[in-house]
Design a protein around this ligand. Structure first.
Ligand SMILES: Nc1ncnc2c1ncn2[C@@H]1O[C@H](COP(=O)(O)OP(=O)(O)OP(=O)(O)O)[C@@H](O)[C@H]1O
Length: 699
């Protein structure tokens, strides 16, 4: 969850709020409440759309209560921070922690506590205050009442009431019902045949953990319903498992029409990685297919086509939230695999479920502990609430045993009720790629153990020699307290670690002549070298944000003679696309590098796996420089060396998920740059929880 720092705290002349000293016995009026909210907006504590929602309610109902207006403004504010609803229980006391406002805005005469003195103090009082609004029907309705266009919806349960913006109440209801339906309708499974194929596809070997083979379990449970979720940290084999699941589905597919499979992910980079991993896994799996079985995985690979971004798969159109594919024009698929599902927000999941034919299987892959998307909702997190605990029913245990031969350990069985979605969710526990010091650090951060995380920097396990230089290069390095200059030094290259100097040196070696293949090979190697290193940060603005750091790094590289900065477009400028353009085939988050084509004209080049494409710089108005990018935008990518920058005073933008996601982007080396001592600990101490009522659909 990202917290926006108030842009400014103005001291407001007390005369503007004179009526505060002079309140009648019955307390605040709606108009006075609105004035208070608008004051906070002027102070930069609320957004204009937050207080505008309260103003709209007051126009719809002149009797709207202060409680309703305040709840509405805070709900709008929380939606901007990634929450899909506002639990009324959070309003029983001034929501200081929730808002993260400075003390002056909380304690002052016009502050949060002063306003709260006029608001209900208990949950029943809040419920009663909002019930009155549902009776007048102008501003709010109950979630089970007909939608007459009211801006607010009161949902949740009697014990845990939740307030929604109308749009999010709609998304959540459709997504909750859609997922539940897909997970709960049982599909027939030819158990003996499935078991035979699974035994072929998962051959026990030395590297395998001795206990339950969760990958095999994941394939088994995915067979029995049209929804399955496979979660796990980096390198736990989510894609490896998904490839085997596809092979299994193909093996069990009845004769007739071919199995239609689509692959998608939230970003272009993640989509390209998914396709490459699935192709590689299926190609090597073909060796395990017995001769004469008729199972042809190579044809499956050929027919699958490229993996797409979700926007591209659904058919994004400019200037509208509507996609080309929806219920009346569904996708042409039998199986859809979505990778990096932690980045799928609620609105996108709604669009996806609308566009997916009811008969199709949906397989979600992702790391539940990574940052959720900037947009509201954390669907994978909601789906995976029980993933670590398992909470499997006796039926699931029996089914898994019959189909995969695996025994689910007792600690993963449900003692009481077994939530439906938990039966279709499997967490992979054993990472094959993410071991050593970086794995140890990520595990400590994810587990909330700040002392162990700091200790990982001091005594990193498995310090490995640099693959390039052969020198000992510490896999972990922490620089604190640090400066933006240290970020520039890192970009220029230090002690054998990958840096931006590498691709810029390569860039100088432009091949002579106009041989297209030679030129393409050069572009590929420059792009691949650029992809070995990345600097990630938490915010956009300021010296420690993408804006300040990109400018500083660019200047440092230019001062060293590695870049010739000539206007906006110059060779070597890395750019990130900030707006989807389906016609050009570029999507928000795609990263490319500006390089000349064989004729010397500057183009932006993108690499998807081995596939190279170029776009004229003139056709890409919506890009930003990408030496430094936010952790959010880096999801779905990995770099040999990743540097994570934590900004000063950044407590409200830092979170455990941000640190974990940043660290888990690093393959071999990770550098932490803290503007102040203790920022890593501050981040670890702030696990982010997104308010959502989605899980209530399947509990
Ligand atoms: N059961 C297994 N036996 C052998 N190798 C495996 C097994 N599971 C995974 N691997 C290997 O481990 C590596 C990581 O697997 P994979 O890429 O599927 O993980 P992932 O969870 O999808 O990773 P990411 O977090 O990057 O998406 C791959 O090289 C894969 O081939």
């Amino acid at each position: 969850m990202s917290f926006k720092k108030p842009s400014r705290i103005m001291s407001v002349p007390t005369t503007q709020m004179d009526w505060l000293n002079d309140l009648p016995a019955q307390g605040l009026s709606g108009a006075q409440t609105l004035q208070w909210l608008q004051l906070w907006t002027e102070q930069g504590l609320l957004r204009h759309i937050d207080s505008a929602l309260a103003a709209q309610l007051l126009r719809l109902d002149a009797q709207a209560s202060p409680a309703l207006l305040v709840a509405a403004a805070l709900l709008a504010q929380m939606e901007g921070r990634g929450h899909t609803c506002l639990p009324l229980a959070d309003l029983c006391a001034p929501p200081v922690a929730l808002l993260g406002w400075p003390t002056v805005a909380v304690e002052g005469p016009q502050g949060l506590r002063a306003l709260w003195a006029h608001l209900p103090a208990t949950l029943p009082d809040w419920q009663a205050a909002l019930q009155r609004a549902t009776s007048s029907k102008a501003c709010m309705r109950h979630s089970d009442a007909p939608d007459q266009g009211q801006p607010l919806v009161l949902g949740g349960s009697a014990d845990a009431p939740l307030l929604y913006l109308r749009r999010y109440a709609g998304y959540e209801k459709r997504v909750g019902q859609g997922l539940l339906q897909r997970a709960s309708e049982p599909l027939p499974v030819p158990e003996a045949a499935a078991r035979r194929w699974l035994d072929r596809f998962f051959v026990p070997h030395a590297d395998a953990p001795a206990d339950t083979d969760w990958q095999k379990v994941a394939c088994a449970v995915a067979l029995r319903a049209r929804l399955s979720v496979i979660t796990g940290g980096p390198g736990t084999g989510k894609t490896y498992t998904a490839a085997r699941l596809l092979a299994l589905l193909l093996a069990l597919h009845e004769e007739g029409s071919p199995l239609r499979v689509a692959l998608a992910a939230s970003t272009g980079k993640a989509a390209a990685r998914l396709k490459q991993s699935i192709d590689n896994a299926l190609t090597s799996l073909q060796d395990q297919v017995p001769e004469g079985s008729g199972l042809d995985l190579n044809t499956l690979i050929a027919r699958m086509g490229p993996a797409r971004t979700l926007h591209s798969l659904l058919g994004a159109r400019p200037d509208t939230r509507q996609f080309r594919h929806y219920a009346a024009n569904p996708l042409d698929v039998d199986v859809l695999i979505v990778d990096e599902a932690s980045m799928v927000h609620l609105e996108m999941m709604d669009a996806l479920l609308q566009a997916l034919p009811p008969t199709a299987r949906l397989v979600l892959l992702g790391d539940k502990d990574q940052l959720a998307s900037v947009e509201a909702g954390a669907v994978l997190g909601d789906l995976c609430r029980d993933a670590a605990a398992g909470r499997y029913s006796a039926d699931t245990v029996q089914f898994v045993q019959a189909v995969s031969g695996q025994t689910l350990p007792a600690q993963y069985l449900s003692a009481g009720t077994a939530p439906l979605l938990a039966q279709q969710t499997v967490m992979l526990h054993h990472s094959r790629r993410f071991k050593g010091a970086i794995g140890q650090l990520a595990l400590a951060v994810n587990g909330g153990d700040a002392a162990a995380a700091r200790a990982a920097f001091l005594n990193p396990v498995g310090a490995a020699p640099s693959p390039r230089s052969g020198d000992d290069v510490a896999p972990l390095l922490a620089l604190q307290p640090s400066t933006p200059q240290a970020v520039c030094t890192l970009a220029l290259g230090t002690s054998g670690k990958p840096s931006y100097a590498d691709y810029l040196h390569l860039m100088q070696q432009v091949p002579g002549g106009q041989d297209a293949e030679v030129h393409a090979a050069w572009v590929r190697s420059v792009l691949k070298t650029f992809e070995r290193f990345r600097i990630l940060c938490a915010v956009h603005r300021g010296d420690w944000g993408t804006e300040g750091l990109n400018a500083a790094v660019q200047k440092a590289l230019a001062d060293k003679g590695l870049l010739k900065v000539t206007g906006e477009w110059f060779a070597g400028r890395p750019v990130m696309v900030t707006r989807n353009d389906a016609q050009l085939g570029v999507f928000n988050g795609d990263v490319g590098v500006v390089l000349p084509n064989a004729e010397g004209t500057l183009k932006v080049w993108f690499l998807d796996g081995e596939a190279l494409r170029s776009v004229s710089v003139m056709r890409l108005p919506h890009v930003e420089t990408a030496f430094v990018m936010t952790v959010h935008k880096s999801q779905g990518s990995e770099f040999e060396h990743t540097a994570l920058v934590l900004p000063p005073g950044g407590a409200e933008v830092l979170s455990r998920e941000l640190a974990y996601t940043g660290i888990s982007r690093a393959r071999e080396q990770f550098t932490l740059i803290e503007a102040e001592a203790g920022l890593l600990e501050a981040a670890i101490d702030r696990p982010s929880v997104r308010a959502s009522g989605l899980a209530q659909w399947w509990l």
